[in-house]
Design a protein around this ligand. Structure first.
Ligand code: ADP
Ligand code: 5GP
Length: 199
């Protein structure tokens, strides 16, 4: 028996929180376990690819002009600027998956999630760090950012943590397998929710 129902249209799960809390790792693990039920939305950025990142898989890597052209055409659900670069979620990418019946995982920053809350019905999940010290340790361990970028991320994280109560769920990602189990519980419960008035 599958944990998830047969459905015509998927649910949008917005997995959000400060950089380095483990959002991408949790989302990737959930999708790896249930590839037929979940899809990750590939978002767009103007930052340069990091080592090992691929266009179309990790991000759509756009130059500034392409990004701004798409923005002018209202192709994005939300956009957020972070650390001198732009990030955005293409509407088309989200629709493509939910119309195919898959649940969608949207892994985005806090500013973007707050914009989406005003626009679309979705389940909003905040992934928090156990502490700021641990967040710093993880960002350093990930070993993909310069010292300046790390400091910027940590300053921003403090502000973002104050927004956690705007979300539907809060998952403090301390012990990875436990956080994954909590995330899985949330998505399974939402998948089984009954809406009054549904036939
Ligand atoms: P985000 O997508 O939120 O920026 P990542 O998924 O890239 O964060 O995770 C940041 C780093 O922390 C990665 O090296 C990841 O392997 C590690 N990590 C994720 N969850 C945990 C955890 N519960 N305990 C320790 N390290 C973790
Ligand atoms: P990174 O540069 O480390 O890949 O991502 C920085 C932050 O941007 C992460 O928290 C990531 O989840 C977020 N992010 C990625 N794509 C988008 C997007 O389309 N919109 C928003 N608002 N944030 C995004």
């Amino acid at each position: 028996m599958s944990l998830f129902k047969e459905r015509k249209k998927g649910i949008i799960f917005v997995v959000s929180g400060p950089s380095g809390t483990g959002k991408s790792t949790l989302a990737a693990e959930l999708i790896a376990r249930y590839p037929n039920d979940f899809a990750r939305v590939v978002t767009c950025t103007t930052r340069a690819p990091r080592r090992g990142e691929e266009d179309g898989r990790d991000y759509y890597f756009y130059d500034d002009k392409t990004f701004h052209d798409k923005k002018a055409k209202e192709a994005f659900f939300e956009v957020e600027s972070m650390y001198g670069h732009h990030y955005g979620t293409l509407k088309e990418e989200v629709y493509k998956h939910i119309e195919s019946g898959k649940h969608v995982l949207l892994v985005i920053g806090v500013g973007g999630a707050l914009q989406l809350m005003k626009k679309i019905q979705a389940v909003y999940i905040f992934i928090g760090p156990p502490s700021l010290q641990e967040l710093e340790r993880r960002i350093r361990l990930r070993n993909k950012d310069s010292e300046e970028a790390i400091e910027k991320r940590l300053r921003r994280a403090k502000e973002e943590l104050e927004k956690k109560n705007h979300y539907d769920y809060l998952v403090v990602n301390e012990i990875f397998p436990e956080s994954l189990a909590v995330l899985q519980s949330i998505v399974v419960a939402e998948d089984h929710k009954v809406f009054k008035g549904d036939t």
